[in-house]
Design a protein around this ligand. Sequence first.
Ligand code: SAH
Length: 246
Amino acid sequence: MVYKCNIIWFLKYRLLIILFVVVHCGTVTSQEAAIFTELRDNMVRTQIQSRGITSDKVLDAMKKVPRHRFVLPEYISYAYNDSPLPITDGQTISQPYIVAFMTDALHLKSSDKVLEIGTGSGYQAAVLSEICDSVFTIEIFDSLGKRANTIFESLGYKNIKSKIGDGYKGWKEHSPFDAIIVTCSPTHVPKPLKEQLAENGRMMIPVGENTVQHLVLLKKKNGKIREEKVLPVRFVPMINQKSEKY
Ligand code: SAH
């Protein structure tokens, strides 16, 4: 245990020097890239596999996506920690385990078309894009949506289509979706999202008021939707949602 902790502290110490170089010179050497890979592998082993996620697709995606490119520069040394982190506009990038848990629960196939509500940093969309051919993501804040899009372009994620808008309404032109993942919390499941879910589609969504929320898994079979509460969670609230309950 002590030995493991020392390795982590050693990696982080080296990481701080590297981050200084990356931020000030804008370059990443292969040795630096190897250290980020090591930190990511460690994150997957200690935070995700250890909590029971076994899907190779999800684990491989989490090993590939460079989370340090999605967090704000001042938080880069915490990028592979077991926690959410602040992004701009009072929003957060989710804890890596929650990203893995929600992705895993959707049982994604590569041919699936997925919609994400709440692009935020873009990290969750990038994880989805490692698994599925086609990812759509909506963000309500212009600045966040634009920043995420720039990161997708710089990392070569060509299968993510993003837009700025109110995710409550979904994205009708591209529906139906085989899977929908919502990363902000409405007080109720938006009716348009239920309608835009394909037959045999799955949706993961945190539902509730500010302090009490549950991740809910919805499945559509023969046009009917079944709902199951799976985990107590705390997400940022969905903005601009309609007040009607469906
Ligand atoms: N998936 C993100 C986590 C983002 S936090 C990531 O991987 O980083 C939730 C995001 O939902 C925030 O960026 C917030 O601005 C956005 N959001 C809140 N209400 C929204 C709405 N009605 N439509 C679209 N995005 C919304």
